[in-house]
Design a protein around this ligand. Structure first.
Ligand code: AMP
Ligand code: MG
Length: 485
């Protein structure tokens, strides 16, 4: 069916074409009363859409998967995954669909994908639905991450379905339309290895290489080099999360991408007071995915990817294991290099200084200092304002800051300006997100739109927005996010 005056979009389907064994043709559930809640006009334009057309009924129908152009072949993608360390052989898109791929204005191929679009053959016990609150959480968090310069899937739109869905209470349903470089996951490789063996893994790896790392096709050992590139992309990604205090919350192998983008925002949140043990997810009882564990978990997930690639890396299993082990071990150095250079930039330093950073983090932890606020206060300190007031026992800060100041380049105002370009004022703090989602669930979208506006200019201090830069009011309790969204 073509929509409106003509098709809004033409999809390609390289995933379904290259990997039919990993794609189940499927269609979205009908949506009784679709209402567009949020549309990302900038992203729509990047993708070549006319934003105004997307607001029309035919556009909204596209955004929930009911009005697709001729030739569209939506599929549910198959994947497996280790969830909290336990292997689940068959997960897949239980409530999601890949509508197809678009080539954007920059020539990049991007997936357009729906979440909350109804049950698929992978739904297991789930209802295939999603609620307005969690889909808006994914929208605002992904857009904040993008504005922070962190690779991520993006949110194109959230459409309320007009249905009520059953969670702990009845909640308004929604469909999220999101865009990603691809939805290839570590779990996709795990599924391919188990379901089709090395031949299917090879098809998948070739598809992933063509899509994300085309130059490795020329390497001596393309599959080993591919693996190295994924390891590097994830090391860089997780370092960036750590540098802004982001806690993903569900770093299962099915939520770990091959592209190196952040994906599947569920019980995620930004840490306020610095504490490596920070966990928000209600289901992460052991703290497996706590802030401080994220690099180690990423490496663990990448080891699971290596297991699927061994037969491609070398026909001699011992040679393959040695080669893959060397690369996964390199994760630590790569991660530390990204983290150290990122921390140097946050502190306005030309070269990393590991003891200075370690001592700072110990200080922030001991005195329960807000992570995001601290770095802006530190550039303010160079301009004569105070970071000292963030510390209950400022003497320890004075001692640290004296060590820091002697390492700085002489032009202090340039240092402060450079720091402010990498240290955000505004991250989507939990209490603000909760407030916006609660209002949206009750029908008032204004706080959500305001929050999106604030966090998509994260480095700008703007008059009147002071409240958005502050931590949660004292006594508001520990923030908990819920899975089963
Ligand atoms: P997630 O924790 O969102 O990454 O999802 C893990 C798995 O559960 C994926 O296979 C999802 O497709 C599936 N899933 C989550 N929620 C639902 C739902 N309401 N209905 C069907 N499948 C779901
Ligand atoms: Mg997931």
């Amino acid at each position: 069916m073509s929509v409106g005056a003509g098709p809004l979009v033409e999809f390609d389907h390289s995933y379904a074409r290259d990997l039919p064994a990993l794609a189940v043709p499927w269609t979205a559930a009908p949506v009784p009363a679709p209402t567009l809640l949020a549309l990302n006009e900038g992203l729509a334009a990047e993708l070549g859409f006319d934003a105004e057309a997307l607001r029309e009924p035919a556009g909204v129908a596209l955004l929930v998967g009911s009005g697709l152009p001729d030739g569209a072949r939506p599929v549910a993608q198959a994947y497996a995954g280790h969830q909290f360390g336990g292997y689940v052989p068959r997960l897949g898109d239980g409530r999601a669909l890949l509508l197809g791929e678009l080539v954007d204005r920059g020539g990049r191929r991007r997936d357009l994908h729906l979440k909350g679009s109804g049950r698929t053959p992978f739904a297991r016990g789930g209802d295939g639905k999603a609620a307005v609150g969690p889909m808006l959480r994914e929208y605002v968090t992904a857009e904040a991450m993008h504005a922070l310069g962190i690779p991520t899937s993006r949110a194109l739109a959230v459409v309320a379905t007009g249905e009520e869905i059953v969670r702990e209470s009845l909640l308004p349903g929604a469909v999220l339309a999101r865009v990603a470089a691809s939805h290839l996951r570590v779990g996709t490789f795990q599924y391919a290895a188990a379901a089709g063996g090395p031949a299917l893994v090879r098809d998948l790896a070739d598809h992933a290489i063509a899509r994300h790392f085309p130059d490795v096709a020329e390497a001596d050992n393309p599959y080993l080099e591919f693996y190295r590139r994924v390891v590097d992309a994830q090391a860089s990604l997780v370092a960036r999360w750590m540098l802004v205090g982001f806690v993903h919350g569900v770093m299962n192998t099915d939520n770990t991408t091959i592209s190196g983008e952040t994906i599947d925002y569920g019980p995620c949140a930004f840490m306020d007071q610095f504490d490596p043990a920070t966990v928000f997810s209600s289901i992460d009882h052991g703290g497996r995915y706590a802030y401080g564990n994220q690099p180690g978990i990423a490496q663990w997930n990448l080891a699971r990817l290596a297991e699927t690639l061994l037969p491609l890396i070398d026909e001699d299993p011992n040679v393959a294991v040695d080669a893959a082990t060397e690369v996964v071990t390199e994760f630590v150095e790569r991660y530390e290099r990204y983290w150290a250079s990122g921390m140097a930039a946050k502190l306005g330093l030309e070269t990393p200084d590991a003891p200075l950073v370690q001592d700072l983090l110990a200080l922030l932890h001991a005195q329960r200092v807000d992570f995001t606020r601290f770095f802006r206060a530190l550039s303010a300190h160079l301009r004569g304002a105070g970071a000292r007031s963030l510390f209950a026992q400022p003497a320890a800060f004075d001692a640290w800051v004296a060590r820091w100041e002697v390492l700085l380049p002489p032009d202090r105002s340039a240092v402060a300006a450079a720091m402010d370009r990498v240290n955000p004022v505004h991250v989507p703090r939990n209490h603000l997100v909760e407030e916006a989602l609660a209002a949206a669930t009750a029908g008032d979208m204004a706080p959500f739109h305001r929050l999106v506006d604030v966090v998509t200019s994260p480095f700008d201090e703007r008059p009147g927005l002071e409240r958005y830069a502050e931590p949660a009011p004292a006594g508001s309790g520990r923030h908990v996010t819920y899975c089963g969204t």
